[in-house]
Design a protein around this ligand. Structure first.
Ligand SMILES: C[S@@+](CC[C@H](N)C(=O)[O-])C[C@H]1O[C@@H](n2cnc3c(N)ncnc32)[C@H](O)[C@@H]1O
Length: 390
């Protein structure tokens, strides 16, 4: 570096210390909004570096996830009082302030004062004035999609497929914070995913979309001796999570493999059961992935359903005659459930749907589903038996 360059360089502004829950929440919402950061990854990283107590960490999580899920509604309520689109720092502060006022029921003085205090100096006047107006104005929305905070296309899709009442009920359920459920072995896994894993039987199982290993470890750790599980995932970094999780749970019957599920290095016909827990839009688990509804596009389900069909077709070769394939996704719309079933009926005549589901599952097409409610994520599954070779 020349002397000139070093002397003309501006001194770096000291970074603001993020000390309070609202400081961290604001910084997180700014990064989600400005940089497109993934809410769950970002928060995990920010909280692991923060000195906050457990209770405050919970509060940050509620603020960031909640305001991200409800961002369309929150932004609408604030935007009524702003002439031009605000800079991202002000927008994020307003979203957090409105979320506390309208959805968390935080006392107005605390919601406003603490939010303003976390806001960069130059936007404090704006944020303070708008939040005070929000307090005095009625909470009404021009459309139900805005009120429930869903993109229009997704609101319309849920209403079209589930009808007015059920569609609204499941959208409202997915606006609530997700419950954390812990298995007996300490692994955190939502109950619906456990219900899917419980469908898998047999001594030798291939889980071909396995990471981070929730279902593989459930199957391998089943009471009375679990199956041997060949747990593969396309991405190395994700397959590593499977190894880490099975090591942590002290399971020596999960074998982690990196491979595309459409080209697996196994002998054909060797498995009792193949689980195809396919990549999907995740539209049944939106409360768990706060930003997913804003990332997923209308066209994604069609693209993913092609991959889902390909994965089941590949699974067909791996399973022995009379063995089972469990196809599952954490979404509930037709494109990735009954439409996949219809394509497979055409392309895989040797796969016979099994009409047997334990209590709790609602039959849907040749498979079954769980709709999202106060405690469960939404899932869809189809259970097949392979009859004769393909
Ligand atoms: C729904 S997640 C699996 C969750 C996992 N079964 C569990 O219960 O913890 C889908 C996984 O499929 C993987 N995946 C995506 N495309 C794949 C492909 N072509 N072959 C294999 N795995 C794939 C993703 O990396 C992701 O980890």
């Amino acid at each position: 570096m020349t002397i000139n360059e070093s002397t003309t360089k501006k001194p770096k502004k000291p970074k603001k210390q993020l000390t309070t829950a609202r400081d961290i929440a604001l910084e997180a919402v700014i990064r989600i909004e400005r940089d497109g950061a993934y809410a769950n990854l970002l928060l995990q990283q920010m909280l692991s570096n923060s000195p906050l107590e457990a209770r405050d960490r919970g509060f940050v999580t509620e603020l960031v996830y909640g305001s991200t899920r409800m961002s369309r509604a929150c932004d609408y309520l604030a935007d009524r009082f702003i002439a031009d689109p605000p800079p991202v720092e002000a927008k994020a502060a307003l979203r957090l302030g409105v979320y506390q006022l309208v959805f968390l029921g935080t006392p107005p003085h605390a919601a406003v004062n603490d939010t303003v205090e976390a806001t960069p100096h130059k936007f404090r006047g704006l944020v303070n004035a708008v939040l005070r107006k929000v307090i005095d104005a009625p909470v009404t929305y021009p459309t139900d999609a805005i009120a429930l905070s869903y993109p229009d296309w997704l609101f319309d899709l849920f209403i079209e497929q589930f009808g007015d009442d059920q569609g609204r009920a499941l959208m409202a359920a997915m606006n609530e914070p997700a419950e954390v459920t812990e298995r007996d072995d300490g692994y955190r896994q939502d109950r619906s995913s456990q219900m899917v894993a419980a469908l898998v039987t047999g001594d030798l199982v291939a889980d071909i979309c396995a990471a981070p290993g929730g279902k593989s470890t459930f199957i391998a750790g089943a009471e009375g001796g679990g199956a041997v599980v060949a747990a593969s995932d396309r991405r190395l970094s994700r397959a590593r999570l499977v190894s880490q999780n099975s090591d942590r749970l002290d399971l020596d019957n999960v074998f982690s493999v990196v491979a595309d599920g459409r080209q697996l290095p196994y002998r054909p016909g060797s498995f009792d059961t193949v689980l195809v827990d396919a990549p999907c839009t995740g539209l049944g688990a939106l409360r768990r992935r706060a930003d997913a509804r804003w990332r997923i596009g209308e066209e994604d389900a069609a693209r993913l359903s092609t991959l889902q069909v390909e994965l089941v077709l590949a699974a067909q070769d791996l399973v022995k005659d009379g063995g089972e394939i469990i196809y599952s996704v954490c979404t509930i719309t037709d494109a990735e459930s009954i439409d996949v079933g219809a394509k497979l009926a055409e392309l895989a005549p040797n796969l016979e749907p099994i009409d047997d589901f334990p209590e709790g599952w609602e039959r849907y097409g040749v498979g079954a589903r769980l709709l999202p409610d106060a405690t469960n994520d939404g899932m869809a599954v189809i259970r097949y038996r392979k009859v004769g070779s393909a």
